[in-house]
Design a protein around this ligand. Sequence first.
Ligand SMILES: [Zn+2]
Length: 194
Amino acid sequence: MYEQPSSYLSPKIQARPKANGNGNGIFAQQILTKGELLAVFGGVVYAWDSFVHLSEKERSLCIQVEENLFLVPRPIGDGDYVNHSCNPNAGLSGQIALVAMRDIRPGEEICFDYAMSDTAAYDEFECGCGAPNCRGSVTSCDWQLPEIQKRYAGYFAPHVQRRIDAQHKAERAAHRAEKYGYTGANARPNMLYD
Ligand SMILES: [Zn+2]
């Protein structure tokens, strides 16, 4: 019996095996314009403790949606075969929607960068995406790289953006402490001008 997949994929996109035999991918069938909605992920939400006991296949197709929560597609659909690239053409809008970061031509594979969603070490791997700027390995710490934060501004999942904001706040506080000799929290405003 046909079961409705838990994810949505734009009708302008098709899932098919990759030419290099390296699993499935999703490919533009028509021109997609910057900002266009490409896919919406769905499924069952697992906390880390139960998520780690799932099969490797289910874990590899999931997306991290919060600090400790993982969305596992069930049933799996075409929209769940979105691969990683270090030079992606798509990014996240919120926790579960994928949008075009630039115009995409027919035939192009649609990829996002797992740094946009991953802060937990459940899917780290040596990367063979083939992009000129490939960073060689994909880890749960990649969101911390300044270049990544700059390039994907506006396309991170909310839990990653909160970490980035906290990191920048801590950096600014450390900078102030170094410059003015105080930590900021209880400082009088006029200390800034001393
Ligand atoms: Zn890569």
